[in-house]
Ligand binder design. Structure first.
Ligand code: OXD
Ligand code: MN
Length: 657
């Protein structure tokens, strides 16, 4: 039995009973001794409210706060309103405590640098768990003896133990901030509400940028459900040996997603995706699970629009593993005259079909949390414009006179100045070690992006014409190919691989599988996820075409074969023309390749186009063998038969090459 819910203007979805609110909140591992059903006013809890009106909050929020307060024992409660005044107040406090370093305010208005403990610099995938009663709700049946890499599962009982060992008193001496936020435009039928409780003021200011924080949330909440997010640095006061004024507890980090309860508890890290819970934890892990139940998609994808010189606009959603240049692509500056690119989002897409069968996408976020190193006026001039004001920089370097610096800006900053590196030490060019951490970030409001699409907050979403998968593939993989069908495209996504980057805890360069670019962000069994992708293909829907791109192929000397960046528009042009049905594609064993000359290379220095599309047989024989093995090992019996068939057929085509 399910419950019929209205999920936006387009669809009615049947939500399985177990995912309805009344049946949920079973795994509440931090319920304390307090009987929360008794909490109705501030008099029922012991902790003072420093800011805001606790009694005016919806009852279920009061109870959620009360539970957390009871367990984590902060010294006060601060109910955020996200106003400029509040930002200023918190910022000033952070500056006076040495947590924020002011940049030259003439040049960088309202911009600050924050430095973290060097042990807290990236997402910690190994300590991130999906918690469900049944293990196979969360992760696939891996082959015996294989370590699964498509998510980590923990039982509610074990997670309760883990949390019981961590949460009691974990906010002692700190303020608990209550952040009401919307993922997606406030009030849009495609949006979802979250409440994050955190003891980190850095998280508060970053959430103000990355999500829509507003007291309006209390009014629209009504009897709607919300995603419960609890974040703690895990560093109760007094703390000894705080490094860079960044309290955290790296040895004890644990991040728990409870999809059945729509709840997140994150302990020990203040950094990025570990602590800004609206981002990866909610908008991908929890949302992908909600999306499965409600018949839509929550994906690790940028959203952009391109308009050709004839004025025809297309919207594209593109999935690339972390730090493969999604932000650069979303803000591409066309090298071809007459093309216009507009950005809707750079990291996450929520997509669902409307009643006309068009796939509509919104960007649930309100800001960019972009990797700084490598960003400059050549690689991403639009990002450089975007981050000029109201930006929180984390783990970048500074110059003595309040400029920011990171690797990639050498040509744009006076290198004779004195520098302070991301650890706060003196630094100069040529010395060993990087000035900025490779995963250092800028956190900037999306509204400041000079090419933000005027429909980026359209509550209806934008209509997606093409879906692109891509990764860093130094060898063997052509610049672009198109899938034969939706099913083949899902297989192409499932087979996605890329060279590892600094966004997570991995060391060294290696080609890693990152199916659908969702490996670190899966909220439920990856086999079921692929089946969900297959299921959404219905005869009355306009299914977008699916493509794969690789900007990163190297020649024998180790040089990039394709100029990339603004010239990627040439590939996008081909993709758009394919969406219009132009006959500019030819069959190959792995998909449809551009016919010779169909990619516009006018004005480019001589390129080895043949080399860019070469399919070395040995490479592909091994690639498909390895991919099948990977999916067999990792997804096992959960791999949909349709995908198994697609893999089999691809292998046969490659063998016959
Ligand atoms: C990100 C990531 O920060 O994917 O967007 O790691
Ligand atoms: Mn990302």
């Amino acid at each position: 039995m399910g419950t019929l819910i209205e999920d936006g203007p387009f669809n009615l979805a049947v939500v399985p009973e177990k995912h309805c609110l009344a049946a949920r909140l079973r795994h509440d591992s931090f319920v304390g001794e307090l009987d929360i059903s008794q909490v109705t006013t501030i008099d029922d809890i012991d902790v003072p409210v420093v800011k805001g009106d606790f009694n005016a909050l919806p009852l279920k929020v009061r109870q959620f706060v009360a539970k957390t307060v009871n367990k984590c024992t902060p010294r006060g409660i601060w109910i955020c309103d996200g106003s400029p005044l509040e930002v200023q107040e918190i910022r000033e406090k952070m500056e006076s405590r040495g947590q924020f370093h002011r940049l030259n305010q003439q040049k960088w208005p309202n911009c600050y640098v924050c430095r973290t403990d060097p042990l807290d610099v990236a997402r910690v995938e190994g300590k991130t768990y999906v918690v469900t009663d049944n293990r196979y709700e969360s992760v696939p049946h891996v082959k015996e003896g294989v370590k699964g890499i498509l998510g980590n599962w923990m039982s509610p009982e074990q997670m309760k133990q883990e949390m019981t060992g961590r949460l009691p008193g974990c906010m002692k001496g700190r303020t608990l901030y209550v952040i009401p936020f919307s993922m997606g435009p406030v009030g849009s039928p495609l949006s979802k509400i979250g409440i994050e409780l955190t003891d980190s003021n850095y998280v508060v200011l970053s959430m103000f940028v990355m999500t829509r924080v507003s007291p309006k949330i209390w009014n629209i909440l009504g009897d709607k459900d919300f995603v419960r997010c609890v974040h703690t640095l895990g560093a109760p006061r007094p703390v000894e040996n705080i490094i860079s004024h960044w309290p955290c507890n790296p040895e004890r980090i644990i991040i728990a997603q409870y999809p059945e309860d729509r709840m997140i508890i994150s302990f020990g890290s203040g950094y990025g995706g570990n602590s800004l819970l609206g981002k990866k934890c909610f908008a991908l892990r929890i949302a992908s699970s909600i999306a499965r139940d409600e018949g839509w998609l929550a994906e690790h994808m940028l959203i952009m629009s391109v308009t050709n010189p004839a004025g025809e606009e297309k919207f594209i959603a593109a999935a690339f593993p972390s730090a493969c240049g999604k932000t650069n692509m979303a803000m591409l500056e066309s090298s071809l005259p007459g093309w216009k690119v507009k950005c809707v989002g750079d990291d996450i897409a929520w997509m669902r079909f409307d009643k006309h069968g068009r796939l509509r996408a919104i960007n649930p976020e309100a800001g960019f949390f972009g990797v700084a190193p490598g960003t400059n006026r050549k690689t991403n001039p639009i990002a450089m414009e975007t981050l000029k004001s109201n930006t929180i920089f984390t783990n970048v370097a500074m110059t003595e006179d309040g400029d920011v610096f990171w690797e990639g800006l050498e040509k744009y900053v006076d290198m004779s100045k004195k520098f302070i590196d991301w650890k706060g030490r003196d630094w100069k060019i040529g010395q060993e070690g990087k000035a900025a951490h490779p995963n250092s970030r800028f956190c900037s409001p999306a509204s400041q992006c000079p090419i933000i699409h005027n429909r980026w907050e359209d509550p209806e979403g934008v209509p997606i014409d093409a879906i692109i998968f891509g990764g860093r593939r130094p060898e063997g993989v052509p610049l672009v190919y198109e899938s034969f069908s939706w099913e083949h495209g899902v297989m192409v996504g499932a087979a996605l691989k890329s060279e590892t980057t600094a966004a997570a805890e991995f060391k060294g360069k290696q080609i890693m599988h990152d199916p659908m670019a969702m490996r670190p962000f899966m909220g439920y069994n990856f086999g079921d996820y692929l089946q969900h992708w297959l299921n959404i293909n219905k005869p009355d829907r306009h299914m977008p075409k699916i493509f794969h791109v690789n900007w990163f192929r190297l020649d024998e000397q180790g040089n990039f074969m394709w100029p990339g960046f603004g010239d990627n528009i040439r590939v996008i042009d081909w993709i758009c023309r394919r969406c219009n049905g132009e006959e500019i594609a030819q069959l190959s064993p792995i998909g449809l390749l551009p016919t010779p000359g169909s990619i516009n290379t006018d004005g480019l220095d001589k390129l080895d186009m043949e080399g860019l599309f070469d399919l070395p047989k040995d490479y592909w024989v091994e690639d498909i063998r390895e991919t099948r093995q990977f999916l067999d090992d990792q997804v096992g019996e959960d791999l949909p038969t349709t995908i198994q068939k697609e893999l089999q057929q691809q292998q046969e085509r490659i063998s016959a090459m």
